[in-house]
Write a protein that binds this ligand. Sequence first.
Ligand SMILES: Cc1cc2nc3c(=O)[nH]c(=O)nc-3n(C[C@H](O)[C@H](O)[C@H](O)COP(=O)(O)O)c2cc1C
Length: 419
Amino acid sequence: MNVNNFRFKLGGKEFVPIMIGGMGVNISTSELALSAERLGGIGHISDAEVMYVCDTMFGTNYTAERRKLYIENGSNRDKSIEQFDLVQLAEAQKRFVAHTVNKKTGNGAIFMNCMEKLTMNNSSATLKVRLEAAMDAGIDGITLAAGLNLRTLDLISDHERFRDVKLGIIISSVRALGIFLKRAVRLERLPDYIVVEGPLAGGHLGFGPDDWQTQNLRDIFIETLDFLKKENLDIPVIPAGGIFTGTDATEYLQMGASAVQVATRFTIAKEAGLPKDVKQHYINAGDDDIEVNTASPTGYLMRMLKQSPTLQYGMRPNCEALGYLLDNSGKCAYIDDFYASFESRSADGKTNAKGHTCLCIGMARYDCWTCGQTTSRLKETTNRLPDGSWQLPSAEDIFHDYLLSENHSIRLPEIEKLP
Ligand SMILES: Cc1cc2nc3c(=O)[nH]c(=O)nc-3n(C[C@H](O)[C@H](O)[C@H](O)COP(=O)(O)O)c2cc1C
């Protein structure tokens, strides 16, 4: 028995039940998502910092233009005037999504991970633009994540694709699910799938500092199935977080999962966006190198490698250029930390903003090495090369291993010859 014995039925279609989770900022690249799509599964792109991502991919100048517009405000702690241009945001989003969906060649699908915590100094208006532009550009599905808000469905309820696009939510507790569903029932628009993310996942975690260590995915997953059964709701449930082998995935599918969402194994894929040397750090990481910390200014816990350069940042916030985490009054916890440490800087003039980090810059530069707990096992999944470095598997290698392996074995990629 392996994952290939199962299929994920969604909206009249059948998929291979492997979904590669969204990894911002541009870690789950178009190429990574398209590999899953080509193999019949579902790949996510992430719209985190989409204007910046467009600049790096297509040579547009959104970030530089925004910086120019607000440069005078750079030394002001109050960033409330620094709004995003909604027309440009829509343009960037459409371009980014179209670039990916227009390259589909398989029977799978391309979904977009949309983190609602990217409040962009005007949370409702920017979220509406992001979601509608993605639908306009032909995205197959949208997974609402980090900061799930009850009003989100209302924002897009008059869009022509509101009922046809696949909409999913990520939850980490049945309580959060219950609250969201109440609103969805009123709008007669239930989510098409529910990702249950446990405490071993990468990125931001939906748990508090006191409960992430005591909770486990299996229990929350079973509770979710029981809750849906009790409510007579037939919504596919997709567990995520720590599903490392094809057998882990098969066990969840046997327990009633419709598919699994996985990410950490793919962080080191050739197609993933992290720079090559950072992928080597991920593979070399041991358990002791991984921490769950409070460095994210969003207020959510985040899992990272302790060596992440972003944890050493003491730089001036660059909201003029990026500003994706500004709340609706132009504030971000990192700005407060930065100025507090700036005011108490040492005699040599050094500042070190302890506490939060500038995630906008850290993620954009691939300096925030967020990762799942199973990162310390990545070395089991590939070959060490004669020069001591690790071979980077292709997305297809990893996908096939999830699909076909049994008894918790991991099929290593074919050994690559060094040039
Ligand atoms: C490097 C990395 C970045 C991630 N970024 C995001 C993100 O931007 N948004 C999100 O909803 N989840 C994010 N996640 C969570 C994944 O989408 C996924 O649900 C989870 O990590 C699956 O568990 P696994 O990594 O143990 O396979 C990220 C995970 C990793 C490893």
